[in-house]
Design a protein around this ligand. Structure first.
Ligand code: ATP
Ligand code: MN
Length: 461
């Protein structure tokens, strides 16, 4: 059996569903299994065995039975990502598998023979060590995708009818309770939609909500699961702005994470999906800044950012040359890089880093690259952030690649004089697009065209 999550990913729109994106994972010491009760167009149980970093999956219409005489039809479906074993919730209507999913049982499984061969031959015997399912079981292929799930005779007794278990093994919730939770979550009420945030042109809070709804699909890959800090601007850009690092939003739509920094526990938060993003905008957070790592791999940053900060009144031609010089160095290292406007004074060069590096190495690498710039062209570039050292030069800001530092997220609005965006652009556009050229209306037009950052997470492997 081929190990393949492509099918899984193409069937789903991850901007709409909360199900995890399919990624292959490292093989754990013990093999896990999960059974999810899934009420979709039909009521069934999804039986999943960890194998080769994914979950081999079968839909069992009647669910497993403890009676060895019951031969339960199990229809093999596409491999699911390992992460899926944690999924409990509602898949939106109209999406693939739309309905409610409950974690019905979980634990470990042990193959009794040679699982690689047995999967291929369609006859696999194994022991389940779950909370509800235990003992010896067998999966036997009839034809194509049709298998039988059968309880083998052994000494495990005491479980009669699986239908007795109507709650989640994880949350204790019934199907109905899981469904209701989602309904509450879905509705995000936008208060004061007509409040003016930018005066010229006139942009209201609702316009900003609409903007983020429209760009969410493009933006989320860079935003989701990264610790954020935001700028709140409840009364328009001419009034007070607040930096926000901690969760204040009580909608329960956002992720919370405690991190110790220099022995001090701090509470951070992150966005998980479009609802979380919109709920933050409802709270008047209009500008989003992100960490270089995701919460799944917090100590291994994967997005490096170089910010070119020109001295005041510097000719844009020189700034653009700076971008080209930096790109040439990255090219020399065979590092693919991507360009975005800052929405303010400069450009940001963004480098996906996939070789797992810790923060120290990561930041040192960024510094060394910046230092190369300074060494090669000492009259043009400087890596020291002090203002008096920057006279007529461009400061290559590598410091935002330290743990805990942030930079503005791609597609984030900037709360500057006019409603600009930190916008991904193609390298060919460097000489055409100014750092503060792209406004939210222009950005909305652009996202209908080809993504200039296509392949971002695939390069530099
Ligand atoms: P410009 O092109 O105008 O220089 P920029 O995005 O490069 O724009 P700033 O917006 O001045 O630069 O940001 C400087 C640094 O401060 C960045 O690392 C940024 O992430 C950080 N920063 C800005 N706002 C916040 C915030 N709300 N919370 C945390 N860090 C922030
Ligand atoms: Mn800058």
């Amino acid at each position: 059996m081929k190990n393949n999550l492509k099918k899984y990913n193409t069937k789903r729109n991850f901007n709409i569903t909360d199900e995890p994106i399919g990624k292959k994972e490292k093989i754990a010491k013990k093999l896990r299994f999960v059974v999810q009760h899934h009420i979709a167009s039909k009521d069934h149980y999804d039986f999943r065995l960890e194998w080769n970093g994914t979950l081999k999956s079968w839909a069992v219409p009647k669910g497993p039975s403890y009676n060895p005489k019951d031969k339960r039809l199990a229809i093999q479906v596409e491999d699911h990502p390992l992460e899926y074993r944690k999924f409990e919730g509602t898949i939106p209507k109209g999406q693939y598998g739309g309905g409610t999913v409950m974690i019905w049982d979980e634990g470990y499984w042990e193959p009794l023979d040679n699982p690689k061969k047995d999967f291929e031959n369609g006859n696999i015997k194994f022991i389940l060590k779950g909370k509800r399912l235990k003992g010896k079981w067998a999966l036997i292929r009839l034809n194509e995708n049709n298998w039988l799930l059968i309880k083998e005779k052994d000494s495990v007794i005491g479980y009669k009818n699986i239908n007795e278990f109507i709650t989640s093994i994880k949350s204790g919730k019934t199907m109905e309770e899981i469904e209701n939770k989602k309904k509450r979550k879905k509705v995000i009420k936008i208060t004061n939609p007509n409040k003016v945030i930018f005066k010229n042109p006139k942009i209201t809070k609702k316009d900003l909500v609409d903007y983020y709804k429209k760009v969410a699909k493009r933006m989320l890959p860079y935003l989701e699961k990264r610790i954020i800090s935001t700028i709140r601007c409840p009364n328009g850009i001419n009034e007070s702005k607040f930096f926000k690092k901690h969760l204040e939003n009580i909608d329960n739509l956002l992720g919370k994470i405690n991190i110790s920094n220099n022995a001090k526990e701090e509470n951070y938060y992150y966005i998980k999906n479009v609802e979380g993003l919109i709920s933050e905008v409802q709270m008047n957070s209009f500008e989003f800044h992100i960490w270089g790592s995701t919460i799944d791999n917090l100590e291994h940053p994967n997005i490096m950012v170089f910010d070119l900060d020109p001295d005041e009144n510097m000719n844009l031609k020189k700034v653009r040359q700076g971008v080209k010089d930096l790109k040439s160095i990255l090219d020399d290292f065979s590092l693919s890089s991507f360009l975005k406007t800052s929405g303010g004074k400069g450009y940001h060069i963004v480098v996906p880093i996939n070789s797992i590096s810790n923060w120290e190495n990561f930041c040192q690498t960024a510094k060394n690259i910046a230092l190369l710039m300074e060494t090669k062209w000492p009259n043009k570039y400087v890596i020291n952030m002090r203002k008096d050292k920057r006279k007529k030069k461009i400061f290559i800001d590598w410091i935002r690649n330290t743990r805990g530092a942030t930079s503005v997220a791609p597609y984030s609005i900037r709360l500057r004089k006019k409603p600009t965006v930190s916008m991904p652009i193609s390298w060919e556009e460097l000489d055409i697009v100014k750092p503060n050229d792209i406004t939210i209306n222009e950005a909305i037009k652009r996202i209908k065209k080809e993504d200039p950052w296509k392949g971002f997470f695939k390069v530099n492997q």
